[in-house]
Design a protein around this ligand. Structure first.
Ligand code: GLP
Length: 242
């Protein structure tokens, strides 16, 4: 059973999530963070960067692993998750870029990229805290409905709904890649602590299914119910169907 915390707005959610992450970083200077992209964690990263700056904490030993990446989008593309993670997380927090990994979406290396990513996470000692958003389809990472609850990092196909939702980041909807490489739900469940955030009416059904629905591959977010330490931070709109 996940712990659910309802806060007034995204700002408050970001502050609270940043507190939790900061506590971990203060205790463990080589902590391993699981990093999400999307608009949801932005207030968290901003609040965390402010905490880190004002406390003068050195994060040079912290490691990070992104949840997912588009396949076939060059890392130099501003919407590649490598570029997004660099811009929104690595630079503001002052992390060592060499210690932050993103799944390799280069088509020529795809056959081995999933196993290589799993090995890198294992070699780092596993992820201590995984930040998660949730898609309107209920996806976590890019694990769309129907994804195995035990799956590890691998290539998946995006749903049309997710491609349409992410089209806002691209100049044309046709530019949104069709495939992605994502940590599996099995990978996500191995993290020490899951911190899932969601905001707005459009996430209310996905949040209700994740927190209170049956645990099922049709609702990937419901896998958090299998985790012994999962925290869900939502605003009132996202909590409205609980
Ligand atoms: C994206 C990401 C997910 C993210 C979700 C929600 O496509 N792959 O990791 O949690 O969809 O996105 P947003 O936070 O922008 O609503």
């Amino acid at each position: 059973m996940a712990e659910v915390i309802i806060v007034p707005d995204q700002q408050a959610a970001g502050e609270l999530a940043a507190d939790t992450i900061f506590t971990l970083l203060a205790r463990k200077d080589d902590a391993v963070l699981g990093l999400a992209t999307g608009s949801t964690p932005l207030t968290t990263y901003t609040a965390l960067a402010a905490r880190v700056r004002s406390a003068g904490v050195d994060l040079s030993r912290v490691r990070g692993f992104a949840l997912d990446e588009y396949v076939g989008l060059p890392v130099t593309h501003p919407q590649s998750y490598r570029a997004v993670i660099t811009r929104e997380v690595v630079e503001p927090l002052g992390l060592d870029p060499a210690r932050v990994q993103v799944p390799d979406g280069d088509p020529s290396r795809i056959p081995h990229a999933g196993d290589a990513y799993e090995a890198a996470i294992r070699d780092a000692g596993g992820i201590d805290l995984q930040i998660l958003g949730i898609g309107r389809t209920g996806h976590i990472g890019f694990n769309e409905p129907g994804s195995s609850l035990a799956g590890l990092t691998r290539v998946k196909t995006l749903t049309e709904q997710t491609r349409a939702d992410n089209a806002r980041f691209f100049s044309s909807p046709d530019d949104v890649p069709v495939h992605c490489i994502t940590q599996g739900i099995g990978t996500i469940l191995r993290a020490g602590h899951l911190l899932l955030l969601a905001f707005g009416d459009e996430k209310a059904s996905a949040v209700a299914a994740a927190v209170e629905g049956p645990v099922s591959a049709s609702s990937p977010g419901s896998a958090i119910q299998l985790h012994p330490h999962a925290t869900v931070i939502v605003d009132e709109a996202a909590a409205s169907r609980l």
